[in-house]
Design a protein around this ligand. Structure first.
Ligand SMILES: Cc1cc2nc3c(=O)[nH]c(=O)nc-3n(C[C@H](O)[C@H](O)[C@H](O)COP(=O)(O)OP(=O)(O)OC[C@H]3O[C@@H](n4cnc5c(N)ncnc54)[C@H](O)[C@@H]3O)c2cc1C
Length: 302
């Protein structure tokens, strides 16, 4: 069965080209359905940051996030899946259709898959001087080519340690934990402990981030009762993430459950998975969603 996307009732938009959005599109393609993916940045989403993905079946010994994304990219290219690079800024619903406003266009699809993942929690607004904010990162991906830099990571969960292991291949990394408990996978902790290029400091709270000498950064911190000043070239913060759904109107958020029941709206992957944010889960949900949409279209087109 080949659904014509131009026919009313069949227009499908996927927001986000991370693992969840891509898997949904791949499954729909198998039924001859061509969704449109809207992506604000690059294909692969958060996965581009992963140092070593060891829990995605098919890759004994693991695979880096970047390599896995390259394979995803190859697959969507060969499946001729359409990805349009535009950021969704607003999304509402009225009557039987959605209205999606992007930086470039307005779309009015019948079915929408929200696969926009998560956004990082940011540092307190007044912690860093304005002139140093371009040296503070919320993902590791833009720094992967840096060499011999001093990089401070704020956070103590899986992402913080994974970022550290990734950057410590070519840089000196310091991890700052404001508490005394490490919240990452034991194997990440063990790998960080044996790295000569990672320093771990616990019970250190960053109080201010200023411009230092030679365009570097000065972090004024408190450790128990002591004051501590650290120097860095860059900071990466990994202090938690939350669903990236700022573009969804309040009325649509209220109506979402109803639209999900009517099989018009789907949330897939990290965007709704709280603690269970993993690639294989996002991909599995994408496949199920593609199957559900096909069944729904099959029934309603009879
Ligand atoms: C450091 C690190 C290490 C990790 N390691 C592993 C691991 O070893 N194993 C594992 O299974 N998982 C790992 N993960 C988790 C994995 O990356 C995520 O679970 C997975 O990427 C989630 O896929 P997703 O498609 O739901 O969301 P995302 O990958 O976040 O993709 C969402 C996409 O939506 C786009 N988007 C957001 N808002 C908009 C908008 N308004 N308009 C248009 N597009 C938008 C984003 O740009 C992004 O491309 C790791 C994550 C990190 C950060």
């Amino acid at each position: 069965m080949n659904f014509d996307m131009k026919q009313p009732g069949k227009e499908i938009v996927i927001i986000g080209a991370g693992p969840a959005g891509l898997a949904t599109a791949l499954q729909l393609k198998r039924y001859g359905i061509s969704p449109l993916i809207l992506e604000k940045d690059q294909v692969g989403g958060l996965l581009r940051n992963a140092n070593l993905v060891e829990n995605y079946p098919g890759f004994p010994g693991g695979i880096s996030g970047i390599k896995l994304v390259k394979l995803f990219q190859k697959q969507i290219d060969s499946s001729e899946i359409r990805v349009s690079f535009e950021a969704v800024t607003e999304m509402a619903h009225s009557g039987t259709r959605f209205e999606i406003v992007t930086s470039e266009n307005t779309y009015t699809p019948d079915v929408v898959i929200i696969a926009s993942g998560t956004k990082p929690r940011t540092l307190e607004a007044n912690l860093a001087q304005e002139e140093v904010k371009d040296k503070i990162y919320y993902e590791v991906y833009p720094l992967l080519r840096s060499k011999s830099k001093r990089i401070t990571i704020i956070g103590a969960g899986d992402a913080a340690f994974d970022y550290a292991l990734n950057l410590a291949k070519n840089n000196e990394v310091t991890i700052l934990n404001r508490g005394n408990q490490v919240k990452c996978l034991p194997l990440l902790w063990e790998r960080a402990l044996i790295s000569k290029h990672i320093t771990y400091l616990s019970e250190v709270r960053t109080r201010s981030i200023k411009l230092g000498v030679n365009n570097g950064l000065l972090l004024e911190c408190e450790s128990c009762s002591d004051k501590l000043v650290l120097e860095a070239d860059f900071i990466v913060t990994a202090i938690g993430r939350e669903p990236a759904i700022d573009y969804v109107s309040i009325s649509l958020k209220n109506e979402a459950r109803e639209l999900e029941k009517k099989q018009k709206l789907y949330f897939v992957g990290d965007v709704h998975n709280d603690l269970y944010r993993q690639t294989a889960i996002a991909v599995g949900e994408g496949i199920i969603t593609g199957m559900k949409i096909f069944r729904y279209l099959e029934v309603t087109s009879k």
